[in-house]
Design a protein around this ligand. Structure first.
Ligand code: MG
Length: 449
């Protein structure tokens, strides 16, 4: 079991993730990267500079060559790590968490995030004696100033700017006072959009809205899209890897429907595999069936998506239920700015609401059930047995996913950090989804007794 690493890096408030831990883990990560070149960046959180300096110190102490990008989004760092042929990268960002949180996200030389399992390798190194580099090996930290510009230019190369310049769609960008401010307004202006910016000043206190792009947090964006008679609203989380959309009528679009549209656009360009987590809506499965995509499931968490993409050939699209979207031509990591650019192109052809009508409607219900720490594995095993006894289709890649038919499914998963199970069900009506949820939550309670 990993002691510090979660699904995607190490997260916490300062009492859990302070400079001491940042230093120790960075020394081990430097070793894990073969003491080579490591790219470092951070978001605008108030504790960012403190943690970044500890990370840099740890990396230098084991002889790494450190390239500091300054304040950047996660996709920008992932792109630059790949571009510079680095051996690894560290991003100081707590993504969508509240302002008092921070985190260290680690990526390998390909820009692929370090999962819990690979994090365990780093933790094992932390327990060993790590030697300091010989004094002659110490090198100055290199400052790399052009990261945001290089990222913007790459997206512009990949996007169909001609189409956007002709239509000049109006887009409202909710940058959430976060790293999206560094990329989004400039990028979409240069693509040819008319741009309206909300929460466009970076501020580690997140004064405009909480950083998670949920419907509740995007009320202002929804209103402005309608008020401005815009074609599209786009919002990002704190580190710019997740993106969600608001259609021209001011309707918020849930993350996996935004991803489903992206997969559909990708499959219209060319057939291939679509990679997503077992917790993603069947709307993605339907898109694959209709447009000739082969669906590949992964465990829940962005690092697993990138890992599976690397293993599988011919992946045309990948993504996760919370609005993480990967366009493989950009790299292995989810990139909210590239994903936004492709949707901007799409609204030059048809209205966003019309695109969304192409996707079947699903409803979902979810609940949490408290449990004891030691019980998790056993309960999941029992739930798998119950489903198999009922001759249902079972997938145990991550928790237990049960497909009842083409339209209805449920998943029972144990929380990685807290003592409860999550039960999620999806169906063609709210009533059916709730019924499935209640049924399987019931089995979880029964098994626990
Ligand atoms: Mg994020």
């Amino acid at each position: 079991m990993a002691k510090y690493f979660g699904t995607n890096g190490i997260r916490g408030t300062i009492d859990k993730l302070g400079p001491e831990l940042a230093l120790g883990v960075s020394r081990a990560f430097g070793e894990w990267c073969g003491n080579g070149k490591v790219v470092v960046g951070r978001d605008m959180r108030l504790t960012g500079e403190m943690l970044r300096d500890a990370v840099v110190s740890g990396l230098l102490s084991v002889g790494c060559e450190v390239v500091d990008l300054g304040i950047v989004s996660s996709p920008t760092l992932e792109f630059i790590a790949d571009k510079l042929g680095a051996d690894g990268g560290v991003i100081v960002t707590a993504s969508h968490n509240p302002p008092e949180w921070n985190a260290l996200k680690f990526v390998d030389g390909k820009g692929v995030a370090v999962s819990k399992e690979r994090g365990e390798e780093v933790e094992r190194l932390m327990e060993s004696e790590i030697e300091y580099a010989n004094w002659e090996k110490f090198r100055p930290v290199q400052e790399y100033k052009g990261a945001n510009e290089a990222h913007i230019e790459r997206v512009l190369e990949l996007a169909n700017i001609g189409k956007v310049k002709e239509k000049k769609p109006k887009v409202v960008l909710d940058c959430g006072n976060a790293t999206a401010c560094l990329v989004a307004p400039e990028l979409y202006r240069r693509m040819g959009c008319k741009v309206v910016v909300l929460n466009g000043e970076m501020d580690g206190r997140f004064p405009g809205r909480p950083s998670e792009p949920t419907e509740k947090n995007l009320g202002e964006l929804k209103k402005r899209v309608v008020g401005e008679e815009a074609d599209l609203g786009i919002a990002w989380d704190g580190d710019g890897d997740r993106v969600v959309f608001v259609d021209e009528r001011g309707e918020w679009i849930v993350g996996d429907r935004g991803f489903a549209l992206s997969a559909m656009l990708a499959l219209m360009e060319g057939k291939g595999k679509v990679v997503t987590t077992v917790a993603t809506s069947n709307v993605v499965k339907d898109v694959c069936e209709k447009f000739g995509g082969e669906l590949v499931y992964t465990k829940v968490g962005a690092p697993y998506i990138s890992e599976v993409m690397q293993k599988e050939g011919n992946v045309v699209s990948a993504g996760e239920e919370v609005g993480g979207i990967v366009w493989p031509e950009m790299g292995m990591a989810k990139d909210g700015f590239m994903a936004g650019a492709k949707i901007v192109e799409a609204v030059c052809e048809r209205k966003m609401s019309e695109w969304m009508q192409e996707l079947p409607e699903y409803y979902n219900a979810k609940t949490k059930i408290e449990c004891k720490e030691g019980d998790k594995e056993k309960v999941l095993e029992e739930i798998g047995k119950v489903a198999r006894e009922k001759k249902l289709e079972v997938n145990t890649l991550d928790g237990v996913r049960i497909d009842f038919n083409d339209e209805e499914w449920a998943i029972v998963r144990a929380s990685g950090t807290e003592n409860y199970f999550r039960v999620f069900a999806e169906a063609k009506s709210m009533e059916k989804a709730e019924k499935r949820m209640d049924e399987w939550a019931g089995y979880v309670r029964e098994v626990m007794e």
